[in-house]
Design a protein around this ligand. Sequence first.
Ligand SMILES: [Zn+2]
Length: 153
Amino acid sequence: MPIDQVSMRELLEDELFRKWMVKVPPHALGRWRVYVLRDRGWQRGEIDSYHHAYRWMASLLRREDVLDVAVNNPAFPTRQPARRTESGAVERWWPLSLAEDLRHRWCPYCRRPTVFAYFSRHHALRTTTVDVNERRCYVCGCSQSLANKKRRK
Ligand SMILES: [Zn+2]
């Protein structure tokens, strides 16, 4: 049973997030992971570039059996997209619909908001022991303490 989480389709309705996703990140070298959620759970594949990962995501989102997608880079944590306010301050993007949802956090590896919850088993961490006392990203399994570390832009 999937966890109720904001979906990539919903996130892409936001213009700033959509434009940010289209743009190839400066640290786009190396392999990327595309996570895909269907009724039977999450699966992932790896691909050689962000450009190809994005195109893969876009094609997955056109399929009716696909519930959610994430484009993940486990080597390069990423901060939320930023915008300048009228006063010139930098404001980090966050979906308004999630403003009061305390389960969602920015996952710097999935590059999107995901639910951080407690897991006794996690699909992305099959070969390691899962610390049941730590919240983890529903998609990639990164721990809350790792997600909170200082990140690149
Ligand atoms: Zn994640």
